[in-house]
Design a protein around this ligand. Sequence first.
Ligand code: SAM
Ligand code: SF4
Length: 335
Amino acid sequence: MPQCNALKNHLCISVDGNFLPCCRYSKHDQKFHVNDYTFNEYRNTDFYNNIISNMEDGWDEGCLKCKKEEDMDNKSSMRERMNKDFNGEHIQFVEFSVSNQCNITCRMCGPKFSSKWAELQKVEIPKQDFNKVIDSIDFSHVKRVKYLGGEPFITKEFKMLVDKLSTLKGIVLQVNTNCTLFPSKYIEKLKKLDWLSIALSIDGIGKVDEYVRQGTVWDTKLKVINQWADFEKSHKRCKIFIHTVVQAHNIHDMKNVKAFAEKHNWFWSPAIIAWPQEFQLHALDKDYVDQIKDEDNAVFLNTISSYSEDLNKKFKSTTERLDKLFGTKWEDIVK
Ligand SMILES: C[S@@+](CC[C@H](N)C(=O)[O-])C[C@H]1O[C@@H](n2cnc3c(N)ncnc32)[C@H](O)[C@@H]1O
Ligand code: SF4
């Protein structure tokens, strides 16, 4: 009986404007867009009620990422964190990302989240009416707001969000950032919030991060990271942590990311990549995995239950295609 408080206490809107049970929910065959459904209507659909009943006597298929994390040693799942932090009948945690405006093209990201990827792939991503989204949310019991993007600090919606939150009390704002710029223009407003939690997206150290997060210049990123470190020291209501997407291209570098987090005394939050499949760990070659396994990445590599030759072929062809596009070489960063 896993039972997850997200199903009562969480409101999540994806970057394309659809309600989701939570950001980790992985079954997307039915869509409930904010333009077509109110939150209450969405919560009363058969889709939603089925998830609740599935989680009463087993796991809903869309929630299996949490199960996988709970099966791993030393890893807590989103479900466990939700049950620890939230309770009661009201919405306490809101997560949204209504704009894909971004200035880089991370290898594992895509047009839905990054306007740079959308430009490259000539894909049109519809814009959301952020005012409408904000107005549709009852913030009266909300304790935490997570805003993603795109890159939050370059999206115009971020100003609207901070203005709205500055009228409310007792809210924690969490923002994930790619650290390409320090948001000096928002800093005074951010200081006025009750609590700020900043997730620095770091997917490797130095050239590994530059490879995974195409468009990143590590020296500039380090300066921004140091600005956040200074801000945290001078502003007691701010907590920084490091978020890493663990994937085929950076699994060999987890030791360095972990050490970087320890050096700064920051919590490290690694999460296994959600998509695409060919960048998942079981897409790697078994000999390569045996060669790079160490005490820091073993916890992730031990989750591989079987290797897939087809996926490995796809991993190699996608890597080759992206290396050609970006003028990079995968071999250069695994040395
Ligand atoms: C879409 S980004 C938006 C925020 C910001 N641009 C950033 O990169 O931190 C939100 C989070 O999703 C993560 N992410 C990107 N691609 C992912 C993938 N394929 N699987 C899982 N997480 C991913 C990013 O590392 C980031 O922490
Ligand atoms: S910085 Fe964030 S939104 Fe932009 S491409 Fe990377 S993961 Fe996607």
